[in-house]
Write a protein that binds this ligand. Structure first.
Ligand SMILES: [Zn+2]
Length: 272
């Protein structure tokens, strides 16, 4: 039996949610960033004629949880790992202060947080489906996770497919290790339902690895420039790897945080 999985991509922000058609209704993966994208997702779920039974949040970035209340209302359970839920609760006020003004009226002013826990390594029975959840540790975000139904893996932003990525949380080394672990576990049959870009397969994991290394190398190579010159040089390098520029701003937002982290690491190595 093939599982019906629909991808919903936001129009204001190109972020994916997935409608999993389970035997007893819809399980939706991730909740969109903006009011209009979350509303469109809710309408799409309603149009299936099936009840929304549960939401899963893959990681604590606002483009994946801020619209959750609009999509899931007040009572549909929202599942996440303990680490994902904890980081959302810890950082939401900061996201509200930073992302809120960037989004203006599109920012969901009331937000729901995950209220049901998916324990690492456990299998949850949601809407008649078995979903296995794994805590993936820090990587693209402070707390990544993976949700699996057979060969269908929902990996959040661990893999962003043919689009720019966000590296400002600074865990690039852990992210590379997490991708190596993923590569060792999946095979040619695995379908990766990613946080940004088209669903993909194993090849995109190698691509994501190369993208992260190229970014860190470009920031390192331009570390002595002033921030504007550094940004221009890094963007030029990274634009050669990705044609789709819709999420370039995420990569641009990552340049100075990563430059600072690399510089702090160098000073530490020198013992200062
Ligand atoms: Zn994202």
């Amino acid at each position: 039996m093939t599982l019906e999985i629909e991808r919903f991509e936001g129009a204001v922000m190109a972020v994916n949610s997935y409608l999993i058609h389970a035997p007893e209704g819809i399980v939706v993966v991730d909740g969109q960033l903006t009011v209009s994208d979350a509303t469109a997702l809710r309408d799409r779920i309603t149009a299936t004629g099936k009840p929304l039974v549960a939401m899963v949040v893959t990681h604590p970035h606002p483009d994946h949880y801020a619209g959750a209340k609009i999509v899931a209302g007040d009572s549909v359970p929202i599942y996440a790992t303990a680490a994902v839920a904890e980081v959302i609760r810890r950082d939401d006020a900061e996201k509200d202060a930073i992302v809120g003004p960037m989004m203006g009226e599109e920012w969901p002013t009331t937000r729901r947080f995950p209220d049901h826990q998916g324990e690492d390594g456990s299998t949850l029975h949601l809407a008649g489906l078995d979903l296995t959840v794994e805590d993936a540790g820090p990587g693209e975000s402070h707390a990544d996770s993976r949700w699996k139904i057979g060969d269908d893996w929902f990996t959040g932003d661990l893999v962003c497919h043919d689009v720019h990525a966000y590296l400002a949380d600074g865990h690039f080394q852990r992210w590379l290790e997490s991708l190596d672990r993923l590569l060792s576990e999946i095979d040619g049959e695995t379908r990766l339902h990613v946080g940004h870009g088209e669903p993909t397969d194993r090849g995109a994991v190698t691509g994501q690895r190369a993208y992260i290394s190229a970014f860190v190398d470009a920031v390192t190579a331009n570390s002595t420039l002033d921030p504007d010159e550094r940004a221009a040089a890094v963007v030029e390098t990274m634009d050669r790897l990705v044609d789709d520029d819709r999420l370039r701003f995420l990569m641009e937002l990552s340049i100075e945080p990563v430059a600072e982290r690399l510089s702090a690491a160098t000073k530490q190595d020198l013992g200062s």
